[in-house]
Design a protein around this ligand. Structure first.
Ligand code: FAD
Length: 307
């Protein structure tokens, strides 16, 4: 670890947390515990994903509404255009706007059929992330995040094509890019350099995936356009049946990555929480972020801070 950072660094760091919409009452209760624990860290925003092929439309809206109604957190709604015509996407945008949402994460999405399925734009739909940004902009002046791929999207023939898509998203009004997860900070740094050389100046916020389960991460990494370096797999070797040590190692790995990025001058981080607070909370603590009492929101309603 390189611990040479200044003690006041936490004041300059901003974080956001990503959740997925829960399927069952039990998962909903767990998500809400997570939201309650993370709320006092005062994230810049929290985002709620949209299921493959738009399959969680109602659940995403319900989760976003609950966050708006019952917490002090600013929610961002993820939105995809895959398998939907323009009218349906516009309808979903209006639904979110009616709820009071002003932040979006605009995406293309992956085919619901999964691995090996080739993406085909809907004949009457928006074709990609850049089209989605333009569609959102027609409805209002929103804060719009988009995706970025430090190891390039698996469907992109090369980095130039990939970055050209990012440029189109920025030209259409994207305010920030959030990266796919990665574990090698040199890859992120090289990517940001390429992006800047292409004349793109929006923040490229690293997406940090705390490794709750190394097997799961290894399984979906290739599809996601991210690789798991051998040194990472080695750190988790033999820990399949030892969840406690797995969690401790995961916390150390993520802290090492984030602290190194802070050293490199990164000040914004997006955490893929998998609806779990423990690792994200611990890492935020290590980068100097502390719970703050809330005047509004869950902690305030309960009469005490949750963390
Ligand atoms: P785009 O940016 O539109 O395209 C991805 C790449 O494909 C481009 O960089 C481009 O190079 C290439 N490409 C696209 N069209 C063409 C073309 N016509 N010709 C050549 N190349 C082309 N998925 C969900 O289903 N729900 C979510 O909530 C969700 N949230 C995400 C959040 C983040 C921060 C990230 C990084 C990803 C998320 N995803 C989500 C996954 C995402 O939907 C997939 O990675 C999907 O495959 C691409 O979507 P996109 O918006 O990145 O696509």
């Amino acid at each position: 670890f390189r611990f040479s950072r200044r003690p006041d660094i936490g004041d300059k760091i901003r974080v956001s947390f990503e959740f997925f919409p829960p399927k069952t009452d039990e998962m909903e209760a767990r998500l809400w515990e997570t939201v309650t624990r993370l709320e006092p860290l005062k994230p810049n925003f929290v985002s709620v994903t949209y299921g493959a092929g738009g399959s969680t439309r109602e659940r995403t809206a319900r989760t976003v509404k609950r966050i708006l109604d019952q917490s002090a957190l600013p929610p961002a709604a993820h939105l995809t255009c895959i398998d939907a015509d323009k009218d349906s996407v516009d309808q979903v945008i209006r639904q979110f706007v009616d709820l009071g949402v002003t932040r979006f994460v605009a995406l293309r999405g992956d085919p619901a059929a999964g691995v090996g399925t080739r993406y085909q734009p809907h004949p009457g739909g928006y074709a990609n992330g850049a089209d989605m940004v333009a569609a959102l902009k027609r409805h209002g002046d929103f804060d719009i995040s988009v995706s970025a791929y430090p190891e390039k999207h698996p469907e992109s023939p090369d980095f130039a094509t990939d970055i050209e898509m990012l440029k189109r998203k920025v030209d259409n009004g994207a305010t920030r890019a959030i990266t796919q997860f990665f574990f090698d900070n040199d890859i992120y740094e090289r990517y940001v350099e390429r992006v800047r050389r292409a004349g793109i100046y929006i923040p490229i916020v690293p997406g940090i995936l705390p490794v709750h389960n190394i097997r799961q991460v290894a399984n979906f990494s290739a599809r996601a356009g991210a690789h798991v370096p051998p040194w990472l797999s080695e750190r988790f070797e033999g820990l399949d049946d030892d969840p406690q040590t797995h969690a401790l190692v995961a916390s150390a790995v993520a802290a090492e990555q984030v602290l190194d990025l802070v050293e490199r001058g990164v000040s914004d981080f997006h955490f893929y929480t998998m609806n779990r607070a423990d690792l994200a909370f611990a890492i935020c603590h290590m980068i100097g972020i502390r719970s703050q009492p809330s005047e509004r929101g869950i902690g305030a309603a309960a009469g005490s801070a949750a963390a």
